[in-house]
Design a protein. Structure first.
Length: 216
């Protein structure tokens, strides 16, 4: 399945992964392979064989979890797998569809993930909040959960900024309060504004005002 050109292109995008751990397989092929493995009775031999050596093994693992239809099994698999995730791409490629059906139960797990010490457990928790709680399940306290996170980790802070930029697009008035009151920390604050200004979902009038909130 290896594609050397794709490997060369992809390596700079995942600097936290050692090059000799990257095979170079495109995601559509891995997703198709994940569907095959998901139907096999011996799939747990792979899922329980942690840690994996290769980046693609981790992504394959992620795709299998993403397709799991039982909520409790899905979250159990995530709790076992997340501590071994070592890069943003593997973290972000997981968005289990079963989560949409269980917003109350999912929140219990999210609070545990964002309270963890592991970078990508926290990032995944924030991503879940962004994916599942900024629309019909939105409540203002969702924003506070993310705003209260403090970290020196780049990939956590980038997700915080991405979350609030998305919140500005979907829940502008509520999210704006966190910028006006400087509740995100300077780096996340300014990165949020930058990402929001780049968004087509933010009006030109809103962008002009957001620029005035940049912290010098």
């Amino acid at each position: 399945m290896r594609d050397e050109n794709y490997r060369s292109f992809h390596l700079p995008l995942i600097p936290s992964v050692e090059p000799d751990k990257v095979i170079g397989i495109r995601s559509p092929k891995l997703r198709a392979f994940a569907k095959e493995i998901s139907k096999r009775q011996d799939k747990n031999e792979f899922l329980f064989a942690l840690p994996h050596r290769y980046y693609e093994e981790n992504n394959l693992h992620a795709f299998i979890i993403e397709a799991e239809k039982d909520f409790d099994i899905c979250t159990d698999l995530l709790d076992s797998f997340l501590p071994f995730v070592d890069n943003w791409a593997t973290c972000d490629c997981m968005s289990p569809k079963v989560f949409k059906k269980h917003p109350t139960k999912l929140m219990e797990h999210i609070k545990k993930w964002v309270g963890a010490e592991h970078t990508y457990s926290i990032r995944f928790g924030i991503k879940c909040l962004m994916s599942f709680y900024l629309d019909e399940h939105f409540t203002p306290d969702i924003l506070k959960i993310v705003a209260d996170i403090r970290s020196e980790e780049y990939y956590i802070n980038m997700m915080i900024a991405w979350f609030f930029a998305t919140a500005l697009a979907k829940q502008y008035d509520h999210a704006l309060v966190y910028l006006k009151e400087n509740r995100l920390g300077k780096w996340c604050h300014n990165k949020t504004i930058r990402k929001a200004i780049e968004s087509y979902r933010i009006t030109n009038e809103q962008k002009a005002y957001l620029r005035t909130l940049t912290i010098k």
